[in-house]
Design a protein around this ligand. Structure first.
Ligand SMILES: [Zn+2]
Length: 476
């Protein structure tokens, strides 16, 4: 692969460099283990267990899930009266749920339900001082409060470490985050945890909530100086940064082992641009604050492996499991959060099931990469879902004179193209739309252009390429 600026990236490191890196990882991990012992987090044991269980065959993983599910339901029966009432109201009997296939017997848990009842949903055991409260940022407009027990807090971290390792990350490996508002970095609750990260998981954070030419020149200078081996970024932010580097033909960045993209829909076009620019593979990730890393790509990059030891992800369409190639709603069950159990939680994201075995040999279930927020999808009058992000990305990349684009859909029949016009914008741009847009959308849809000065990112720092107010569930 060649990097931005047309220069090929040099080899990642020589033999001495590899040896130094290995020693660095070993020392950092030894330090991390010692700290974990002090903190009594149990992370090293959990991480070791996850490193082994990922290679189990699907049947053995299903057995592990079923065991954990039964233990969770037993815990709920003894310590969580809210679920007892909720299920009874829906005429569901948890005693008949013995395997993950039986989950369909239980009602779906909506965001609204958690928003109204989160306090009541906290179990009476573990004790209150072991319950960690958290909330989502509310990029979809509705913040959500939830909680987890201390043990789950640490097992989530172990899960993230395992998935990060698939991308070339490890303890002691320098990582740069191109992420949202600096507030998003404040996810660690204690100074001890922050100190641990500084010592054993060295990283820098680059604020992507306000991307300008100056800030991107700053990113380039910082990354050149810091020499990270792994980048973690919002898909759209790193895509924009890659395009910027290409346009400016800036010197290539020091070689990367991998790039983890998350929080936004990636898509093939963006992946191609990012990989060509940075000369490193992209590993897409799907996570949520409520349930941590849900799934991510392995080196085969043929769908995302679910963190199946702790999570069951059902994909539901019209009340039944979605078929391969079909979009459906995610229903996530967290098998290990005893503090505030989430059973069949509909998190309002959409995805596809992926069948068959992964060439990597891991037995973890896989889901499709098109997972994204509901609002990313345009809904046609015929009831088809179209990736609005892909369309906006395509228009921005190809139409003459477009600096930024955002597609807004209020009703199924009409799209509003909010555009920031640049040099070269004119009749040729509109001609381009007339030719290209019908290739993406239904011929029963019209569009109109709204020229704007700027398109602000969301409060979370994410760039909203597409805002559809038409509920895709109307399709199901
Ligand atoms: Zn795999």
């Amino acid at each position: 692969m060649t990097a931005c600026g047309g220069q090929p990236n040099g080899p990642a490191s020589g033999t001495t460099g590899e040896y130094d890196a290995m020693i660095g990882k070993t020392i950092a991990y030894a330090g991390f283990r010692a700290h974990a012992l002090y903190e009594k987090s149990g992370i090293p044991a959990e991480l070791g267990s996850l490193e082994r269980s990922q290679w189990l065959d699907p049947e053995a993983i299903a057995e592990l899930q079923n065991r954990r599910l039964r233990a969770l339901l037993d815990h709920i029966k003894r310590h969580n009266p809210h679920y007892g009432r909720f299920w009874a109201e829906h005429g569901a009997d948890p005693d008949t749920v013995r395997t993950t296939a039986d989950l369909v017997k239980l009602p779906v848990l909506t965001r609204e339900h958690i928003q109204h009842h989160w306090r009541d949903m906290i179990s009476s055991s573990p004790p209150e001082n072991e319950i960690i409260l958290d909330h989502t940022g509310g990029s979809s407009g509705k913040p959500l409060r939830f909680a987890m027990d201390r043990r789950r807090y640490f097992s989530r971290m172990a899960s993230a470490y395992r998935h990060d390792r698939w991308s070339g990350w490890d303890f002691g490996v320098r990582t740069a985050y191109i992420w949202g508002h600096p507030a998003a970095f404040r996810v660690q609750p204690s100074w001890r945890t922050r100190l641990r990260r500084r010592l054993f998981e060295p990283y820098i954070g680059l604020d992507s909530s306000n991307i300008t030419v100056e800030s991107m020149l700053g990113f380039h200078a910082t990354l050149t100086r810091y020499r990270p081996r792994v980048l973690v970024a919002y898909a759209n932010s790193i895509y924009m940064f890659a395009r910027f580097l290409q346009e400016r033909r800036l010197p290539p960045l020091p070689p990367l082992a991998g790039i983890i993209t998350s929080a936004e829909v990636l898509g093939d076009e963006k992946r191609r641009v990012i990989e060509a620019c940075f000369g490193a593979p992209v590993f897409d990730r799907y996570g949520s604050r409520e349930t941590s890393v849900i799934a991510s790509e392995c080196e085969a990059r043929q769908g995302m492996h679910v963190c199946s030891e702790h999570l069951v992800v059902e994909i539901q369409k019209g009340g039944a499991p979605a078929q391969p190639g079909e979009y459906g709603h995610f229903l996530v069950t967290d098998l290990s959060n005893l503090g505030l159990p989430l059973i069949r939680y509909r998190n309002e994201d959409l995805g596809l099931p992926v069948q068959g075995a992964c060439p990597c040999g891991r037995g973890l279930a896989r889901i499709g990469m098109a997972a994204g927020r509901q609002t990313d999808f345009l809904v046609t009058p015929e009831g088809q879902l179209i990736s609005g992000v892909a369309l906006a990305t395509y228009l921005t990349g190809h139409a003459p004179g477009i600096v930024q684009a955002q597609i807004v859909q209020e009703v199924p029949q009409e799209l509003v193209l909010r555009l920031v016009a640049g040099e070269g914008y004119g009749p040729r741009t509109e001609e381009f739309f007339a030719q290209q847009i019908p290739k993406f959308v239904s011929d029963r849809m019209t569009w109109r252009i709204e020229l704007v000065e700027r398109i602000d990112p969301l409060p979370s720092g994410k760039h909203a390429y597409c805002i559809s107010k038409v509920d895709p569930a109307s399709v199901f």
